[in-house]
Design a protein around this ligand. Structure first.
Ligand code: 5GP
Length: 139
C-alpha cells in the first residue's frame, strides 16, 4: 500500500491538524494520544513518510528510538507509574489504525487494565495539562 499523505499524523507533521506536543527535534515529533489507553499515553513519530517499520529509513528508526528513550522517562515520572509499555504496531492485522509509523509510550500500573485501543476521546484540557507536565520533565 502506498503511503497516504493525508493520514492524520502526516497532517499533524505539516501543521494541518493540531496536537498536544511534548517534544520535537529535526527528525521526530512526540505528542499526546487523543484516545489514550491510560492517562499519559504519548506517541513518538518520525518526520519521514513511512507506514510501518519496514518502510522506515534506519536513521529515522534510530531517531525515533532515541526520542522514545528521552520522552518515556518523563512520562514515567509525570504519572508516577512503576512500568511503561512501549509498543509499535505494523499492519491492520497487528492492530495498526494510523498508517504513519509511530511508537506508543503507555504508563502501566499493577492491577489497572488498559482501556480499549483508539476508542474513547480524552478531555482536551486534560491532554493539554498532561503534555505540559511531561514537557517540563524532559531532560
Ligand atoms: P495504532 O493503532 O495505529 O498503533 O495507533 C494509532 C493511535 O493514534 C491510537 O492510539 C489513536 O488513539 C491515536 N490517534 C488517532 N487519531 C489521532 C489524532 O487525531 N490525534 C492524536 N494525537 N492521536 C490520534
Amino acid at each position: 500500500m502506498a503511503y497516504d499523505q493525508d493520514n492524520i499524523f502526516a497532517k499533524i507533521l505539516r501543521g494541518d491538524a493540531p496536537c498536544f506536543k511534548v517534544y520535537e527535534d529535526d527528525m521526530t515529533l512526540s505528542f499526546m494520544d487523543v484516545m489514550p489507553q491510560a492517562e499519559g499515553h504519548t506517541l513518538v513519530i518520525p518526520k519521514f513518510p513511512a507506514e510501518n517499520l519496514f518502510d522506515l529509513d534506519p536513521e529515522y528508526a534510530a531517531a525515533m528510538a532515541k526520542t522514545v528513550q528521552r520522552v518515556a522517562p518523563a512520562v514515567k515520572k509525570a504519572f508516577d507509574v512503576p512500568g511503561i509499555l512501549i509498543a509499535q504496531l505494523n499492519g491492520s492485522a497487528a492492530g495498526q489504525t494510523v498508517f504513519h509509523i509511530h511508537t506508543h509510550i503507555i504508563p502501566r500500573t499493577n492491577g489497572i487494565d488498559l482501556k480499549l485501543h483508539a476508542r474513547e476521546m480524552a478531555d482536551f484540557k486534560e491532554l493539554e495539562k498532561h503534555a505540559e507536565k511531561i514537557k517540563a520533565l524532559i531532560a
